[in-house]
Design a binder for this molecule. Structure first.
Ligand code: 4AD
Ligand code: MG
Length: 435
C-alpha cells in the first residue's frame, strides 16, 4: 500500500510503501538509516542487514542523496528521544531505486553561499528550510483568501497586461502590443478593482504585479504577488480596521497552523504574538516625522519615508504601525485629498516590526473628478488612457477605499526572514532571472 509520510502515524504496525527521495543517509556495519522525504514530510527508514535480501541491501547502499526510490517496510512507533518526525519510523523490508543521480547532488548538507543556492533555486527548494517556507507562504495565501471569502468579498481578477499606468511611471515594464502601441505589466490591480466594486460592492484581486525596481534591497522584487481589496461606501478608517483585522487573522492563523515552519526558521514568536492582539497604532505622518527627527533622522515634512525611517519605526513600536496621511506630492494620483489638511491625502502605510518595513499601502480614493483630472495632469500621465477610469466618477461615484498587501513582504515578516528572496518560489530581481 502506497502511503504519504504525513499519514504514517495512521498506519502503525502495517506494511506500507513510501515513494520519495533520499534526503540523507547514515550507517555502520549492518545498519543503514535512510532519511526519506516524499514532499509531505521526512521519515527515517531503518535497514537492518539480516532483514533485507541481497538486492534490497545493495539498493540501500547504492542510493545517494536525492536518489528517487520506493521503500517498503513496517511502520513502528519510536520514542520522542529519537526525534523521529511524527514519532514513527520504517523497519525496511525492501528498497527499489527509481533513478540514481549520475553525479553528486550539488547541494550537500554542508553550508553553501547564497549565490550558489540561488543559482540552484530549482534544487534548493527541496531543502528543509525552503520547504517549510513555501508551506508557510501557502498557508498565508490560504488564510488571506479565507479571510475575504468569509466576509463576502468577490474575487475579481485584474488584468496583467494594461494600457493605463496604475501606480507611477518610474518603474514600468513596457512592451510592444501589436498595433496599439505600448502595454505595461500591471503594477497594481487597483484601478480595475475600483470598477469592480461598483458592480460587486466589495472585491479583491490576488495576483502577480510587476515593478522595474532598480534598487537592490532585501525587500524589493520585480515580480511580486499583491492582494488588493477595494470597498464601496467605505471610509478610510473602516479600511484601516479591515487591514488590521486581516493582518491579525493571518498572524493568528500562522501561529496556530505553522508552528513547525516557524520553529524551523527560528522565528522569535513574541512580536507575532503581540501583533495577534491587534490594536495597531495609527500615527499621523506629521507626528511620524517629528518622532523620526527626535530619533536622529534628518527627514523633513514633504519627504517620503525611506528604509532608514522604516527601520526606526519598526523598532519603536511593538506591533505593526499605520503611518497615515502623507503629503500629496509623494503619493499616487488617485489618493483622496484630506479635507481637514489639504496638503495631505487620506492614506496609510502599514509598517511591520523588526525592520520588515512596509507591508501594506492603501488609501481612500479621490472621488472628485476635477481634483482627479488635475492630479493626472500634474503627474504627466496620458489623460486618454484614464477615460474609462474617470467614467467611474461620472456614473454613480461613491466614497470608496482600498489597499494592497505585498504577499512576499508579509511572508518575510511572519517568517522573520532576513531577505525577501526566500519568501517566493523563483524570485525575480534586477539581477535575477534564472532559474
Ligand atoms: O504601496 P503600493 O505601491 O500600493 C499600490 O500599489 C496600491 N495601488 C495598492 C492599492 O491600494 N490597491 O504597493 C502595495 C504593497 C506594498 O505595501 C508592499 O507590501 C508591496 O505591495 N510591494 C512590493 N513587494 C515586493 N517588491 C516590491 N518591489 C514591492 N512594491 C510594493
Ligand atoms: Mg507603498
Amino acid at each position: 500500500m502506497y502511503v504519504l509520510i504525513k499519514d504514517l502515524p495512521q498506519h502503525i504496525g502495517q506494511e506500507v510503501t513510501l515513494r520519495g527521495w533520499l534526503y540523507n543517509k547514515r550507517g555502520h556495519k549492518k545498519l543503514r538509516f535512510l532519511i526519506l522525504r516524499d514532499g509531505t514530510g521526512l521519515c527515517q527508514a531503518v535497514c537492518f542487514r539480516p532483514d533485507l535480501d541481497e538486492a534490497a541491501w545493495n539498493a540501500a547502499d547504492q542510493a545517494t542523496q536525492e536518489t528517487s526510490l520506493e521503500v517498503t517496510g513496517v511502520v513502528n512507533p519510536v520514542d520522542e528521544e529519537h526525534h523521529a518526525p511524527g514519532g514513527v519510523e520504517l523497519a525496511v523490508g525492501s528498497v527499489r531505486l527509481v533513478q540514481v543521480p549520475a553525479d553528486d547532488y550539488p547541494i550537500t548538507p554542508k553550508e553553501h553561499g547564497v549565490d550558489f543556492l540561488m543559482r540552484n533555486r530549482h534544487l534548493w527548494l527541496r531543502s528543509q528550510r525552503q520547504w517549510h517556507l513555501i508551506r508557510l507562504r501557502n498557508e498565508v495565501i490560504f488564510a488571506l483568501r479565507k479571510f475575504y471569502y468569509d466576509r463576502g468579498f468577490v474575487c475579481f481578477d485584474s488584468p496583467i497586461l494594461t494600457g493605463a499606468i496604475g501606480e507611477s511611471a518610474g518603474s514600468l515594464f513596457e512592451l510592444e502590443y501589436f498595433d496599439l502601441g505600448s502595454a505595461y505589466l500591471a503594477q497594481t490591480g487597483q484601478l480595475y478593482q475600483e470598477a469592480a466594486i461598483m458592480a460587486h460592492r466589495n472585491t479583491f484581486c490576488f495576483g502577480p504585479t510587476f515593478r522595474a525596481e532598480k534598487s537592490k534591497t532585501r525587500k524589493h522584487l520585480t515580480e511580486f504577488w499583491m492582494l488588493e481589496a477595494e470597498m464601496a461606501y467605505c471610509s478610510h478608517d473602516e479600511s484601516l480596521q479591515l487591514q488590521e483585522d486581516m493582518v491579525v487573522y493571518v498572524v493568528r492563523w500562522c501561529l496556530e497552523q505553522c508552528g513547525d515552519a516557524l520553529a524551523e526558521v527560528g522565528r522569535d514568536l513574541a512580536p507575532l504574538e503581540r501583533a495577534a492582539e491587534g490594536r495597531f497604532e495609527r500615527l499621523l505622518y506629521r507626528d511620524a516625522v517629528k518622532l523620526l527627527q527626535k530619533k536622529g533622522s534628518d527627514i523633513q515634512f514633504g519627504e517620503d519615508l525611506g528604509a532608514p525611517e522604516e527601520t526606526i519605526l519598526g523598532a519603536e513600536f511593538d506591533r505593526p504601525v499605520f503611518v497615515c496621511n502623507y503629503p500629496r506630492a509623494v503619493k499616487a494620483f488617485y489618493m483622496k485629498r484630506n479635507p481637514d489638511d489639504p496638503e495631505t491625502v487620506l492614506c496609510a502605510d502599514l509598517i511591520a516590526t523588526e525592520d520588515h518595513g512596509e507591508i501594506i499601502g492603501g488609501s481612500a480614493r479621490e472621488d472628485d473628478i476635477d481634483l482627479l483630472m488635475e492630479r493626472i495632469a500634474q503627474e504627466g500621465l496620458p489623460a486618454e488612457s484614464y477615460e474609462w477610469y474617470l467614467d467611474l466618477r461620472r456614473y454613480g461615484s461613491v466614497p470608496h477605499a482600498g489597499f494592497g498587501l505585498g504577499l512576499e513582504r508579509l511572508v518575510k515578516y511572519v517568517g522573520g526572514l532576513p531577505h525577501i528572496r526566500e519568501a517566493c518560489c523563483f524570485p525575480r530581481m534586477m539581477e535575477k532571472l534564472y532559474p
